[in-house]
Design a protein around this ligand. Sequence first.
Ligand code: UDP
Ligand code: MG
Length: 328
Amino acid sequence: MQDSTAKPLLWIIVPCYNEEQVLPITAPLFLKKLEALAAAGLISEKSRVCFVNDGSKDRTWELICQFARADERWIGISQSRNRGHQNAVLAGLMEARDKCDITISIDCDGQDDLDAMDEMVKQYLAGAEVVYGVRSRRDTDTFFKRFTAEGFYHLMNLLGADIVFNHADYRLISARVLEQFADYKEVNLFLRGLVPLVGFPSGTVCYERHERLAGESHYPLKKMLALAFDGITSLSNKPIRLITGLGAVFSLVSFFGVLWAMYEAMIGNVVAGWASTVCIVCLMGGIQLICLGVIGEYIGKIYMETKARPRYIISERTWQPYERKYRG
Ligand code: UDP
Ligand code: MG
């Protein structure tokens, strides 16, 4: 029988990569939020803030271990090397899934509004199993970031990948959903596209995104493009189909091109057709290369997936530090 006074146990999952500057500022904020939520009777007193060290090269892991010694509600796990933001979040979620009732994943830089958590937990208590944090404004982003990011969401939806507009990786997921999510074994991770695929009732909470409190962004244009490309190719087959269509159209065009070239040759105008022939050859060459590239991208994905390598390796836990033991 369910105890009516029981509260859901929350784990806040915080991926951290080289964040020694911002962690001392934000770690106490996460703890305060946990206290406030518990005081409001929304979550269990046993809730935790779980940092995931993503193979940082600075003092991040040392700091996390210090926090863990200072207060038992701060805990952490460490990946054996840097695997990227998505895999770090996944490692945290998978670690948490059998130890809590709900998880909220959030970046450690203080950009996402912590107060949105109240509403997330309330929606969970009202029946939602997943609650997406959605940015209401992007004022603090540069024009370029806003333009590329919003363009990306539109493109994704156009390509048939059903992702929540302006939602990054700030979201509540219940342990029940995580249990099912564990069966999604793909190596090419794009969490915000995958979570909606699991289903279950969901909700959204709007919040304003702030500037980073300290340190620098680890998402330069190159990584953003890589993530966008992963998102598109791991959620949609449309690019391959578009290529087939494009191939058909261009074959038709080149067929008329050949007829035209033959006609020109017959009436002795060969030299005059040279420029256009070169244009067509170049165009076709370019298009073929793009097509090969996109197809190659999917083949590369298949290659990576068939290896089924582990997506994360946890080398240490704050409650389970690594110790050398000899058998001799
Ligand atoms: N992060 C990570 N591994 C990486 C890069 C980033 O765990 O390889 C974490 C980082 O510490 C932060 C979050 O992912 O908590 C988002 O990164 P960042 O703030 O640099 O990205 P932005 O908000 O600028 O897109
Ligand atoms: Mg950030």
